[in-house]
Design a protein around this ligand. Structure first.
Ligand code: DOR
Ligand code: ZN
Length: 346
């Protein structure tokens, strides 16, 4: 029985770090284990221009814990007035690694996102030309579409038309939650990839709603039926290069989650690797964990994998904090509902 596992240091291809006191509080939770992360730009106000991405990057670097080696990979928030020339320059200088498409109103701080996809055609064409990936929040916002169907409908109504109209556009369908999403990524060829979160491998919609409403399991896209969760686990642990880890770790203070209108987001930065080791071991796929967390992502983003290694060891159940304290308030850590036996060695 495998008791220890050495991997290239992982990366997180979808992460919310926020700003200010929250940034300071959550950043060490990621830098402890991860070498790089794609940092989401949905701040208030959003990170739209290269200058804003530069300033945000500087704030992240300033907040790094002493001795941490961590590279934030910056992302521009796509709006209907984004300037293709600004995107081109930001990519050419190496400042940004991707652009993020939020359909307006789809999720937290997405109000400045895109309503009319024709209005971002010029930016998407520039991105296809220079090979800059588009990270996509794949849900329609049409109130007539059931929230559990919003990802599948997005593929037909929005993503497929965009990809057909923009040959060569490199796309990451983020936080895939459905079989339809998985199949779409699988059929998309080399310019298409999908990220999978930690929490969507663990919870289905019953965890949120059965036996009481559990706000710390609420996120967007919302967890779906068990059949979808099982398909996500098979995709994560199956060794397919088009799928890799993007935790979507999304901290909100407890008061904002435990409320009459609670925010979407699961905070998994603290315990993602122990949870994933548990999942991959259960699926008899520990030998594929490195691909999922350390190799497939860099390959898609055309970046070298990390040279540094980390070691995971199986032992006594970990005593991880149920919440972390930040200057903005306490943040509850995602509870996978089982003891965590895998530790990342310090
Ligand atoms: O659950 C989520 N939380 N989904 C998102 O798309 C945004 C994120 C956030 O920023 O809190
Ligand atoms: Zn996110």
């Amino acid at each position: 029985m495998t008791q220890s596992l050495t991997l290239r240091r992982p990366d997180d291809w979808h992460l919310h770090l926020r700003d200010g006191a929250m940034l300071e509080g959550v950043l060490p939770e990621t830098t402890r284990h991860f070498a790089r992360a794609i940092v989401m730009p949905n701040l208030v106000p959003p990170v739209v221009t290269a200058a804003e991405a530069q300033a945000y990057r500087d704030r992240i670097l300033k907040a790094l814990p002493a001795g941490a080696r961590f590279e934030p990979l910056m992302v521009l928030y796509l709006t209907e007035t984004t300037d293709p020339a600004d995107v081109r320059a930001a990519a050419a200088s190496g400042l940004v690694t991707a652009v993020k498409l939020y359909p307006a109103g789809a999720t937290t701080n997405s109000a400045s996102g895109v309503r009319d996809f024709d209005r971002v055609r010029g930016v998407l064409e520039t991105m296809a030309e220079i090979g800059l990936p588009l990270c996509v929040h794949g849900e329609v916002t049409d109130p007539a579409v059931d929230i559990f169907d919003r990802e599948a409908v997005f593929l037909d109504r929005v993503l497929d038309p965009i990809r057909r109209a923009t040959p060569g556009l490199r796309v990451v369908l983020e936080h895939v939650t459905t079989r339809e999403g998985l199949d779409y990524v699988r059929g998309g060829g080399p310019d298409m990839a999908g990220t999978l979160t930690t929490h969507h491998l663990i919870i289905n919609r019953n965890h949120i709603l059965a036996g009481g409403i559990r706000p710390h399991y609420y996120c967007l896209p919302v967890a779906k039926r068990e059949t979808h969760r099982l398909a996500l686990r098979a995709a994560a642990t199956g060794g397919e290069a088009c799928f890799f880890l993007g935790t979507d770790s999304a901290p909100h203070v407890d008061a904002a989650k435990e409320s009459g209108c609670g925010c979407a987001g699961c905070f998994t930065a603290t315990n993602t690797l122990p949870i994933l080791a548990h999942v991959f071991e259960e699926e008899g796929a520990l030998d594929r964990l490195e691909g999922f967390v350390s190799l497939h992502g860099p390959a898609f983003y055309r970046l070298p994998p990390n040279e540094e290694r980390i070691t995971l060891r199986k032992g006594e159940a970990l005593a991880l904090p149920a919440r972390i304290e930040t200057g903005a308030g306490p943040v509850t850590v995602f509870d996978p509902g089982f003891p965590l036996l895998w530790h990342v060695e310090p």
